[in-house]
Design a protein around this ligand. Structure first.
Ligand code: HEM
Ligand code: HEM
Length: 429
């Protein structure tokens, strides 16, 4: 059972003036309300309506909200009462959120990374919307508008640098968050769907990174996208997929339009939907603690998510923000030169770091059919990874599952070694 539910009773929110019992607050059932509404409020504008419609046999509900403000006697400012009267249906929801508790133990530190990923995503939305005010997604204007943002718009350089750096930090945090939840086996029953929705979030974030990379329309972005979108061609039906993605046979201004619409419309919509599901599950099921910790007495206590843990989260966000601004100012991403579809590719074309592991695998499998094999291996690996909560039956029975811990270590080793190999090779070019 979810832990927060178990502990909820211990930490009840301070009593509020309770609304009258539902039955008492509401008028009688719709059918019965017709004569009653008229009798109770003869002068109210809505009162005439049920009577007027009665002849036609169609019931019209009263215009006024039937129940009066159940909180009108609580002691608070007029402004708070104003909002409370309008949003009082939210109060049980807020009370419910207050029940969530976070276990404290020696691995609690890792609970901060989901929140940090969320924080960098919020930064992306805010800076992305600001960039949109000046960015022009056409082959003729993209690079010029991008340079204009960097050189002419007041603080435009900072917004662009923050967007570019925060994209990297968001994906970096998502990886750390994924592996920390993996090793704490937070995916175990009943949290399987948190893992699945999280994995989809990671894929969408990588999609953001891929589509955003082309938007500056500089040489590096152009040729990296050319190489990146070539990959699916070796799969059956892959050529069609590439045509759809590119909007033609080659990367062209048409591709820019597609990447742009994916980046600012489709992906944000999908990510927000998935994020709502992910966070709702986090609230409903609560935060897990590692297997065996409760039985071994390793849980030091529980702290309220709201406001205690959230306040600590905020400290993490402040540190993250400081790091972000430091990176954006001290290590600016280059502007590059405008993409020339007819020009030749410069040396050292490579994707963003978060695709290096797959990139290296493709480079290693140079034999006949090797690329297809690499894609198949990677797809099978990803499917197994997403199914981990359903495969790890031991963890779901609250038993340790060292085989899965070893599997996670192997996946990390593969990602780190391959990523390092690309770094080592390309940093010498
Ligand atoms: C609603 C949210 C977002 C909007 C409206 C948005 C908008 C934009 C715009 C207009 C650009 C082109 C300007 C430029 O290149 O500097 C851009 C670039 C970019 N975006 Fe986003 N973005 C959003 C979210 C994200 C997210 C979540 C990520 C990554 C996880 C991301 C990664 C990137 C990257 C890597 C670039 C290229 C950065 C560069 O080299 O300048 N964006 N975005
Ligand atoms: C955009 C990306 C993501 C965001 C914004 C996000 C956000 C969050 C937040 C705020 C929490 C609650 C706090 C915490 O335990 O850290 C959480 C929990 C969780 N997330 Fe994510 N997440 C993302 C990606 C992922 C990924 C890639 C996975 C795994 C594949 C994942 C799996 C989980 C799990 C299993 C939990 C429950 C943790 C527990 O009960 O202890 N999430 N996520």
């Amino acid at each position: 059972m979810a832990e927060n539910n178990q502990n909820a009773a211990a930490g009840k929110a301070p009593a509020k003036p309770k609304p009258a019992a539902p039955g008492a607050a509401k008028p009688a059932a719709p059918g019965a309300a017709k004569p009653a509404a008229g009798a109770a409020k003869p002068a109210a504008p809505g009162a005439a309506k049920p009577a007027a419609s009665a002849g036609g046999g169609v019931y019209k509900p009263p215009v006024d909200r039937p129940d009066s403000n159940p909180y009108k006697d609580s002691k608070q400012s007029a402004l708070a009462s104003w909002f409370q009267e309008r949003f009082y249906v939210m109060i049980p929801v807020i009370d419910y959120l207050k029940k969530k508790e976070v276990p404290q133990h020696r691995l609690s530190f890792w609970y901060y990374f989901g929140g940090l990923t969320l924080f960098f995503f919020i930064i992306q939305v805010v800076t992305g919307l600001l960039l949109l005010q000046y960015y022009k997604p056409t082959g003729a204007e993209a690079f010029t508008s991008f340079v204009f943002i960097q050189k002419e718009v007041p603080f435009g350089w900072l917004i662009r640098q923050v967007h570019a750096w925060s994209a990297n930090l968001m994906i970096g945090m998502a990886f750390i968050h994924m592996f920390s939840t993996f090793f704490m086996k937070s995916y175990r029953k009943p949290r399987e769907l948190m893992w699945v929705s999280g994995f989809v979030l990671l894929v969408l974030s990588l999609g953001f990174g891929f589509t955003g990379y082309l938007l500056p329309w500089n040489e590096l972005a152009f040729f990296a996208t050319q190489v990146g979108t070539e990959v699916p061609k070796v799969m059956p039906g892959g050529a069609l997929l590439v045509d759809i993605l590119r909007g033609g046979k080659d990367v062209s201004p048409e591709t820019l339009t597609r990447m742009f619409s994916l980046h600012v419309v489709l992906l944000p919509g999908l990510l927000l939907l998935m994020l709502s599901a992910h966070l709702m599950l986090v609230q409903v099921l609560g935060t897990s603690s590692p297997i065996g910790y409760k039985e071994a007495g390793l849980i030091k206590g529980y702290e309220k998510f709201f406001p205690t843990f959230l306040a600590k989260d905020a400290i993490g966000w402040l540190i993250g923000f400081g790091l972000l601004v430091y990176l954006a100012v001290m290590f600016p991403w280059e502007i590059g030169v405008q993409a020339d579809p007819l020009g030749s590719a410069p040396v050292g074309i490579k994707p963003e770091w978060y695709f290096w592991a797959q990139f290296q695998l493709l480079k290693d499998f140079t034999f006949e059919g090797g690329e297809l094999l690499a894609i198949v291996l990677f797809t099978v690996g990803a499917i197994l990874w997403i199914l981990v909560p359903f495969l790890d039956r031991q963890a779901s029975r609250e038993q340790r599952s060292p085989i899965f811990t070893i599997l996670g270590l192997l996946v990390i080793a593969f990602l780190v070694i391959n990523t390092y190999r690309v770094y080592a090779e390309y940093s010498q070019l």
